[in-house]
Design a protein around this ligand. Sequence first.
Ligand code: SAM
Length: 226
Amino acid sequence: MAHPGNRWLLTKDLSGDTYDSRYDRRAAAGENVHGEADFVMRYAPTSVLDAGCGTGRVARELARRGVEVVGVDLDPDMLATARRRSPDLAWVEGDLAALDLGRTFDVATAAGNVMILLTPGTERSVMAVLTRHLRPGGRLIAGFQLGAGGVTLAEYDALAAEAGLGLEGRWSTWGQEPWHPDAGYAVSIHRLSTSAVDTPEDAPAVRDDPSPGRRGPGAAGRIPRA
Ligand SMILES: C[S@@+](CC[C@H](N)C(=O)[O-])C[C@H]1O[C@@H](n2cnc3c(N)ncnc32)[C@H](O)[C@@H]1O
């Protein structure tokens, strides 16, 4: 196997085309399947790195809305669907733990549980890579299930802090349902400071939601070095 131990590759039970067809069917039935793109667009990015883009369903929708997107994934089968459906977009086969695109983005997004489907032990590297691909003031927006294995929320926050990202907001769904500690899912927005002299805590927040619980639990959690 090209990426031994990768949680996605080990657990995957469907092709890229089948993965996409499920969303296509839901969309055909009238469901809004673009909650992630809706959410990311709140930050009005001009460029987005779709980290773990899979079949490109989020990147495609962002591109349709005028955003410059680059999709990165390590699964050639998922990328084949992305390339077939949108040959005009930028798709890169690569491991997020060792990526260097030589550029930055307004937003890096990791939708669809990417952060809990990485190769165990690479989470710190992935966080560092994603942070390196953010412009000053750029945001990492990630949504993943809680309690499903892989990185915990406390570990995720600790890795983000270590990489220099400050927690800006947290929701329990892409549809912006308020965060609460019993939620089974978290959408987290972390932000890189706007300048080298800012601490992440100084970075301005775009949200005006003052709810004290929005930072969620475990912001001070620690994860041991691999
Ligand atoms: C459930 S899919 C989500 C795909 C897409 N983000 C979406 O929301 O539809 C998870 C994706 O993460 C990708 N992935 C997991 N570990 C990765 C890594 N280290 N580097 C790049 N992609 C990775 C998998 O290949 C898979 O396509």
